[in-house]
Design a protein around this ligand. Structure first.
Ligand code: ZN
Length: 306
């Protein structure tokens, strides 16, 4: 396999060729910034050959931790006070059920691997539904929280990437995780090795071809630079799948994603009526996705081995 041309310094990664197809004709397509944590400026580049979009000069693995505030996510998900948190919990429980139902429509297999399992709510939900669950998570605090709250032991990434997980699984899930992984192809190949021959992979990632992405431009919350290293569309997910021995067999959606993205995007552009405008744009984005699934806000791609 051709090694993608990149220069990794201690702190950043500069690509001189497309990280997906290795073509040389890449160019700046959007200048944006990290609206949520650092306020640092970043550039998104696009490949003229395959239309893959990626964050140029993104922080290297050793330098990206300051752009994450994992304690924020953990405390947010563990407190039960306040209306916003109650709504958050209700929405999360609804989505956990939607994910379980979708998986059980796709397979009767009961061995599940969740990559980027966070604080373990999805693992716990699936274990309670009779699945034998395995988690992989890079953040040590999140792994500790999963053990403490649910008594589920989660692996750090090398267990998967170095092939230490011996048992094959019927389902692999990545809920808004793939766009964060520096070693995108390494993970895809590990997934291929870990999955049974008729197993399924579910990958949820934002779609920069969505209605809300085009409406909000550089303020679109799901660009989320530099945490999001890759910016996918249905076409480039299909290309990544094909490159690593998979094919996309279907595409689904979660109905709350367009609203979440729109509300956050309104906040980033300092809108005065963010609840009203965010709600409206979220609704339009959802309707557009029913008419044209290629413009869904954040599709769930269903993959099988080729
Ligand atoms: Zn390309």
């Amino acid at each position: 396999m051709v090694q993608t041309e990149k220069i990794t310094s201690a702190s950043t990664i500069h690509y001189s060729a497309c990280p997906l197809c290795n073509a040389k004709n890449i160019q700046l397509t959007l200048a944006t910034e990290d609206y949520s944590i650092s306020k640092d400026a970043f550039e998104i580049y696009a490949c003229d050959s395959c239309d893959f979009h990626f964050t140029q000069n993104a922080p290297a693995p050793a330098a990206i931790a300051p752009y994450y505030q994992s304690d924020v996510y953990i405390s947010h998900s563990d407190t039960k006070e306040g209306l916003v948190n109650r709504l958050y919990h209700t929405a999360r429980d609804l989505m956990l059920e939607k994910k379980r139902k979708l998986i059980q429509k796709l397979t009767t297999g009961k061995r599940l691997l969740d990559i980027g399992s966070g604080t373990g709510y999805f693992l716990n939900h699936m274990q309670k539904s009779g699945f034998k669950v395995t988690g992989v998570e890079i953040d040590g605090d999140a792994r500790a929280a999963t053990l403490k709250n649910f008594n589920i032991s989660v692996n750090p990434p090398p267990a998967l990437l170095d092939g230490q997980l011996t048992e094959k699984v019927d389902v692999i899930t990545l809920w808004h995780v793939l766009e964060h992984l520096h070693d995108m192809d390494g993970y895809m190949q590990s997934m291929h090795r870990q999955l049974t021959e008729d197993g399924v992979v579910l990958i949820a990632v934002p779609n920069h071809k969505s209605y809300d992405a085009q409406h909000y431009g550089k303020y679109w919350a799901a660009y989320d630079v530099p945490r999001h290293l890759w910016h996918f569309s249905p076409k480039t997910v299909a290309k990544l799948a094909d490159k690593n021995g998979f094919k996309v067999i279907d595409q689904k959606r979660l109905p709350l994603d367009p609203f979440y993205n729109a509300l956050l995007s309104e906040k980033y552009q300092s809108s005065k009526l963010s609840l009203i405008f965010g709600g409206l744009i979220g609704l339009v984005a959802l309707l557009v996705s029913y008419i044209n699934p290629a413009r869904s806000t954040s599709p769930i791609y269903i993959l099988k081995k080729k």
